[in-house]
Design a protein around this ligand. Structure first.
Ligand code: HGY
Ligand code: MN
Ligand code: MN
Length: 415
């Protein structure tokens, strides 16, 4: 790595690109709301594509709308080194989640152009469709199709609350590409991302060497009781679905606490029917999100939750429909890619520590088909999936510098 010692990205240029992109879907509290496949997502894709073309990249879009901006290598027949992340955000998203990884990849290309570097292998910067799983569940659908986890048909038929499918919305915004999804050689994949948690900042570490990502299980539950009048219905004759849901929320929280500190458990969505102040709720829809770095523990959380829900439903007299809509086992990233990141951080002289990703990322699915690892940088107070999400420019520059070196390590630097 020594010949790259003086190699550094243009940090202010990367920061400016991030702030420019953040104007698309900007929210009052300083965050971003660019839900997958909305017009705002299209605008962000268009801007990214324009910047990549200006940097001399050729663009390809696949049938799931994944974008690949390619910088040619000396031997263009070789499998590419890919980097990237996502441009879609949560409804109360920030300016860095996903977009940092995409624009750090573009900054690497811009820097290689400035320096006139030629690499042996082509480098591609990817934008993965619908990483967040907010508008269309589950998360990481398009990288999941690329990674051979979901079929193309499954991916295109994911529907939002209004019944609009990803396939229809890709057509509507003009990003239903012609390329097959995946099925091609990838030499290595690196994803730069903010940690979205408090560890790096608390330990004053600039770079997270991401060795693993925890596994996830997502569920959808519908609890059905009996709507009835809030006035004349005696307490002991009620089949109150919201009472059941409240107890399930407490149960889920307890399952998380029982498996802390690594276990995480969240009820993030709830819909009460008929949601009228003087009707005892007859039906409640809710979601559960479980995470743990140990698959057996994650299975134990599943078991404890199912037993608890059954008991709650029986006690109140509710029907339960439950579907696990998303599961992947904990990921151990590729050792050679992890060490490329570690060496790059060392080369730059950054403080670092190994870390397990609490969040899911497209890298978790790309790891199915390519040697993969991630680079984390801190975020302010570890806050993300929140409009106040923030990062220091020096962290962003550091992540970009490490990414650049890791890419060169795998793409081979010719001249
Ligand atoms: O849910 C996640 O971990 C990611 O933000 N999609
Ligand atoms: Mn993300
Ligand atoms: Mn996210």
């Amino acid at each position: 790595m020594s010949e790259k010692r003086n190699l550094s990205i243009d940090g202010p240029r990367l920061w400016d690109s991030l702030m420019e992109m953040a104007k698309i879907g900007a929210t009052k509290k300083g965050g971003c709301c660019r839900l997958a496949l909305t017009d705002l997502d299209r605008q962000s894709r268009d801007l990214f594509s324009k910047w990549c073309e200006a940097a001399g990249c050729t663009l390809k879009v696949d049938k799931m709308g994944n974008i690949f901006a390619r910088r040619a290598g000396r031997n263009d027949d070789l499998a590419p080194v890919i980097t990237g992340s996502h441009l879609d955000t949560q409804p109360t998203g920030g300016r860095f989640d996903g977009v940092f990884g995409v624009l750090a990849g573009l900054e690497a290309v811009r820097t290689l152009n400035d320096l006139g570097y030629e690499t042996e292998r082509p480098i591609e910067v990817a934008v993965w469709t619908n990483e967040e799983g907010s508008r269309f569940a589950p998360a990481m659908v398009a990288s999941g199709v690329f990674g051979g986890v979901f079929s193309l048909d499954y991916g295109l038929n994911r529907a939002d609350e209004d019944g609009k499918t990803m396939g229809e919305e890709l057509q509507r915004i003009g990003y239903a590409g012609p390329e097959e999804v995946g099925g091609r050689d990838v030499h290595a994949y690196f994803e730069a991302h903010i940690e979205q948690g408090p560890i790096l900042e608390a330990e004053d570490k600039t770079i997270g060497i991401v060795t693993d990502a925890q596994g996830q299980r997502w569920y959808e539950l519908t609890l059905t009781g009996v709507e009835s009048h809030a006035g004349p219905t005696p307490m002991n004759r009620r089949k109150d679905a919201l009472l059941g849901a409240a107890r399930v929320v407490d149960l889920v929280n307890k399952v998380g606490l029982d498996n802390a500190p690594s276990g995480c458990a969240t009820v993030g969505m709830m819909k009460v029917h008929p949601n009228s102040r003087n009707v005892i709720p007859g039906q409640v829809f809710l979601t559960i999100d479980f995470r743990h770095p140990d698959d057996a523990v994650l299975a134990g959380m599943d078991k404890a939750m199912r037993a608890g829900v059954e008991q709650i439903a029986k006690k109140i007299g509710l029907q339960v429909e439950m579907e696990q809509i998303f599961y992947y086992a904990p990921i151990h990233f590729d050792e050679s890619c992890v060490s490329a990141v570690r060496e790059a951080a060392k080369d730059c002289g950054y403080s670092m520590r190994e870390i397990v990703s609490g969040a899911g990322h497209d890298a978790c699915y790309v790891a199915n088909v390519a040697p993969t690892s991630m680079i984390f940088v801190p975020c302010i107070d570890g806050i993300s999936h929140n409009e106040i999400e923030d990062a220091k420019p020096e962290w962003i520059t550091a992540g970009g510098n490490v990414l650049l070196r890791a890419l060169l390590e795998k793409a081979g630097h010719v001249a």
